[in-house]
Design a protein around this ligand. Structure first.
Ligand SMILES: CC(C)(COP(=O)(O)OP(=O)(O)OC[C@H]1O[C@@H](n2cnc3c(N)ncnc32)[C@H](O)[C@@H]1O)[C@@H](O)C(=O)NCCC(=O)NCCS
Ligand SMILES: Nc1ncnc2c1ncn2[C@@H]1O[C@H](COP(=O)(O)OP(=O)(O)OP(=O)(O)O)[C@@H](O)[C@H]1O
Length: 196
């Protein structure tokens, strides 16, 4: 089995590329989504987050995402504390998910913070989806209907694009100048050839 990590900064098009991978029959684990599920469902995460951030960040069983985001995205120490609590549980959950997909030749991990959270150690090949900052901001603000400030709050906690391009095994250009589908198909052909 080949495990591929798909990353890219906010609005780069990770989810669109991962939809194309799914069309090729590749199961995709979305770290953002699963982390939020675990924030609400994992007793380990809940206990540690309450211990360090106070019980008011949970409303009933649910983490108050907006309150928690405000606490961590503008405070590097709190962000790294939150990551140190959540990421190990996500890594365990991903490992269990991979085991459940052992009949697939390729699986994918979609994570905006693949490199920032050291999740690239859990995959064999990495893909950075690249789009210019202004295009990413336009896409994300249109999609999420949020202010540019809110997007920048997250952007500043993510490794710059040019770094992520250097760190990845493959780059997919989602800049409205390169068609996505041929890039994804060619990449999968290369993976297949590498595997032989
Ligand atoms: C703080 C939380 C609850 C905010 O949830 P919300 O739905 O409001 O997310 P929001 O749409 O505001 O932000 C999404 C953007 O922030 C990015 N982001 C999320 N966590 C982080 C992080 N730790 N560092 C940098 N960027 C992050 C996402 O990748 C995405 O690009 C959530 O992002 C979270 O739990 N983050 C910490 C856990 C984590 O690192 N998850 C990412 C993959 S494991
Ligand atoms: N090539 C494209 N053409 C048109 N719209 C696009 C393209 N790529 C992405 N988009 C749109 O831009 C927005 C951001 O794309 P996507 O959600 O895939 O980014 P992402 O990297 O997953 O972002 P995030 O890290 O915020 O989850 C989405 O609304 C998506 O439909």
């Amino acid at each position: 089995m080949i495990k591929i990590g798909v990353t890219g900064n906010i609005g780069s098009g990770k989810s669109v590329v991962c939809e194309l991978l799914k069309i090729h029959g590749i199961p995709v684990y979305n770290a953002d989504k699963e982390a939020k599920r675990l924030n609400d469902s994992s007793p380990v995460i809940r206990e540690k987050l309450i211990q360090h951030f106070g019980k008011e960040i949970y409303v009933g069983d649910k983490l108050d995402k907006n309150k928690f985001a405000q606490l961590i995205f503008n405070n590097p120490e709190k962000l790294s504390l939150a990551n140190s609590i959540i990421h190990p549980e996500v890594a365990k959950d991903f490992a269990a998910w991979v085991k459940s997909k052992n009949n697939y030749p390729i699986v994918a991990l979609e994570a905006a913070i693949l490199f920032e959270g050291n999740f690239h150690h859990y995959v064999d090949k990495t893909i950075t989806v690249f789009a210019p900052l202004e295009l990413r901001i336009a896409r994300a603000s249109q999609r999420d209907n949020v202010t540019i400030e809110k997007i920048n709050e997250r952007e500043k906690n993510q490794i710059p694009d040019e770094e992520k391009i250097k760190m990845a095994d493959f780059v997919i250009y989602n800049d409205d100048k390169h068609a996505l589908i041929p890039q994804v198909s060619n990449l999968l052909k290369q993976l297949d050839l590498n595997e032989k």
